[in-house]
Write a protein that binds this ligand. Sequence first.
Ligand SMILES: Cc1cc2nc3c(=O)[nH]c(=O)nc-3n(C[C@H](O)[C@H](O)[C@H](O)COP(=O)(O)OP(=O)(O)OC[C@H]3O[C@@H](n4cnc5c(N)ncnc54)[C@H](O)[C@@H]3O)c2cc1C
Length: 396
Amino acid sequence: MPSTWDAIVVGGGPAGAATALRLAATGRSVAVLERSRFDRPRVGETLAPLVRPLLEDLGVWERFTGLHPLPSWGTRSVWADPAPVEHSHLVSGYACGWHVDRRAFDRMLADAAASAGAHLWTGTAAVGCRPDGDAWLLACADGHAVRGRLVVDATGRRAGISRALGAGRSTFDRLVALAVRWDGVDVAEEQYLLLEAAAEGWWYTAPLPGAGMVGMLMTDADLCREGGLHASAPWRDRLSAAAVTAARVGAAPLRSAPRAHSAASQRSRRAGDPRPWLSVGDAALSVDPLTGSGVLRALRTAESAADAAGHLLDRPGSAGTVVARYESARDDECARYLADHARHYGDVRRFATPFWRRRRPRRRPDPVRSDPSAPGATMWCREQVDEEDDGARDLR
Ligand SMILES: Cc1cc2nc3c(=O)[nH]c(=O)nc-3n(C[C@H](O)[C@H](O)[C@H](O)COP(=O)(O)OP(=O)(O)OC[C@H]3O[C@@H](n4cnc5c(N)ncnc54)[C@H](O)[C@@H]3O)c2cc1C
């Protein structure tokens, strides 16, 4: 094991694993620090058809099909009008998207990075990051430290490293997902994603491999708090008002209260910091689950990040230019995302409720906060937060 790695990737989700895989495949020494052991359920289980060329490019398509993902034939949405509209994936050119077990998917990618030569430390949370001569020293929760010439922040929407290194953060909304999972559901006829607009937000339901179904109410943090929507009874009550979704999941009982996940749109951005570190995936830009593109974006930015990392390692003197170019591409992506986001939400005019009024196009999305510790900036109530979602406190 080298005393100084070329790159340390913090976070072994899709963005971190794909970045590590690409760097390792070009002969760089790479360590991945992943705080979980991929032993808890993860959200984000519907993959758009365009994931296929990205997985093929990473050389993991066989591993992916080995997970026996469920083909997803398309999306049914009850959005601008109360009548459902169907969008078939056949027009994508790839026939279908996929419903996956995200825990297994993420594990598969991390294992592929390890097979490519990256050193994967699971159960290892980075809790500090500081310059150490011409490199970085990453402190881990178990007390050991790892040294690397370059750091990649792939900690997901918490953007732990970026925040620790002083990056600014723009938070565009306070969306939360209140998720439940049903087991023992016959999903043979249910291989599609259903989105349904409702007064307090919108519903997402999707099948899972192995006879399961996931259902989420997406709403704003304050609306969730005011309506107590994270408790089973109000959640169920709102579900029964979403006719198409309610018909889909029938009377399936809730085994536990809904679990809250931050789903806020955020951009973490460094300004004028030429040091060799990059953020990738959700750590750079986390998007609304409505886009269904989080994993795609994670895999795409991993390609750009690995490319930029290669330049930073080969020509440290060019760091300012490389970093500026990389951040500028993320800014462009963010601007496109915000325009699409405003258009999609603007299509829904049938509810005059706070959730939808806030998203009317006349109100331009603005970077509402740059202080990540502001109440509600990332999550409305820390006690409710899924442990997987909330690790910002790990990094100071
Ligand atoms: C409710 C919800 C539903 C979604 N649905 C979809 C969907 O259907 N389709 C889709 O494509 N996308 C979806 N997304 C988005 C998608 O899940 C993310 O965009 C994607 O997971 C981003 O990948 P990532 O690797 O950047 O971050 P993550 O997947 O969040 O991975 C970050 C990793 O970093 C690790 N980590 C964090 N902090 C530390 C630390 N200090 N030290 C070490 N490790 C650390 C975490 O354990 C985790 O493994 C959804 C998101 C939400 C919130």
